[in-house]
Write a protein that binds this ligand. Structure first.
Ligand code: IPM
Ligand code: MG
Length: 359
């Protein structure tokens, strides 16, 4: 088993170090090779996703990714900005299936911005299509408006598009995932306005005929945004396209108390995957040793489960995380009165200590 370790920028390096520590504590035969990505790679090699980093990622069974981005790169031309690294990895490795679980841990029910009774026991799985939609659709760019009331004026444009096979393959992923859980898929679209999402809805409905045991519901994205804060527990698998998934997954993250708790997996058809926390590089707290490493540690658990076929080891990490929370240890983002505030490294050490205690 070989994993590519790409810490990236900001808190990325701090949290990935803790996840690596946890992986090493499992005593599995995992080869790990580290490379630069994002702003760090731009500084070192002049590009956010250097050829050598991409090659390492392609060769590995899985990629453990931290986070990329810093305000200081905002003025670079788009192709050199740190975000292009993660978009490039998704595209080049064909990581079309993004899993973003939003689970509210019992101990953190009060850290949510919603009333505890709305989020207690929350367990949603967001499945986001990750390599299509307006994120990657061509053409895009700037030009002089060819027509309309503002013809001749400068304008910018992007293209929203989805092909039938792209929708079909992610719909299968969603239905199969639902089969292993609450057997309900909510497909989120904007079919009332967008051609792309009427097509999405039609194709999803067709694929659903192969999954009669799974309930399918369609919901407009604006309503989904509202239902997520009104009655989030009604969702089981929330399934949607790239852009809506980006937005709704941040919203769902907040329900759980902190985005610092949420792991994610992005898979291709070969089972190769990229595993990263759902949060970003948080340059405002970088270097202070206060970031929550649990989302990255839980992402490592997803990696063991989905790409490395080590479900027991994954289970051990999940249990160790629950147990440090039960012990009352909290990083600043999930801290509340009566709990013990710890830093990034102490949190990682505590997870390792719980793992050792399981032996
Ligand atoms: C995410 C992030 C990325 C996205 C950015 C960093 C390109 O927000 O993974 O949700 O928009 O997909
Ligand atoms: Mg996002």
């Amino acid at each position: 088993m070989k994993i590519a370790v790409l810490p990236g920028d900001g808190i990325g390096t701090e949290i990935v170090a803790e996840a690596v520590k946890v992986l090493r504590a499992l005593d599995l035969q995992i080869e790990m090779e580290e490379a630069k990505v994002g702003g760090a790679a731009y500084e070192a090699h002049g590009h956010p996703l250097p050829e050598s980093t991409l090659k390492l990622a392609k060769q590995a069974d899985a990629v453990l990714f931290g986070a990329v981005g810093d305000w200081k790169y905002d003025k670079l031309e788009r192709s050199l900005r740190p975000e292009q690294a993660i978009l490039g990895l998704r595209k080049h490795l064909e990581l079309f299936a993004n899993f973003r679980p939003a689970i509210c841990y019992e101990e953190l029910t009060h850290a949510s911005s919603l009333k505890p009774e709305l989020v207690a026991g929350l367990d949603i799985l967001i499945i986001r299509e990750l390599t299509g939609d307006i994120y990657f659709g061509q053409p895009r760019g700037r030009r002089s408006a060819p027509d309309g009331a503002f013809a001749g004026q400068p304008e910018a444009f992007d293209t929203m598009r989805y092909s039938r096979p792209e929708i079909e393959r992610i719909a299968h992923v969603a239905f199969q995932a639902a089969r292993k859980r609450g057997k309900k898929v909510t497909s989120v679209d904007k079919a009332n306005v967008l051609e792309t999402f009427q097509f999405w809805k039609d194709v999803v409905t067709e694929v659903h005929t192969q999954y009669p045991d799974v309930e399918l519901e369609h919901m407009y994205v604006d309503n989904a945004a509202m239902q997520l804060v009104k009655a989030p527990k009604k969702f089981d698998v929330l399934f949607t396209g790239n852009m809506f998934g980006d937005i709704l997954s941040d919203e769902a993250a907040m329900l759980t108390g902190s985005i610092g708790m949420l792991p994610s997996a992005s898979l291709n058809a070969r089972g190769q995957g990229l595993y990263e926390p759902s949060h970003g590089s948080a340059p405002d707290i970088a270097g202070q040793g206060v970031a929550n490493p649990l989302a990255t540690i839980l992402s490592a658990a997803m990696m063991l489960r989905f790409s490395l076929n080590q479900p027991e080891a994954a289970e051990r990490i999940d249990r160790a995380v629950k147990s440090v929370l039960a012990q009352g240890l909290r990083t600043a983002d999930i801290y509340s009165d009566g709990t013990t505030k710890v830093g990034t490294k102490e949190m990682g050490d505590a997870v390792v200590a719980r793992l050792k205690a399981q032996d």
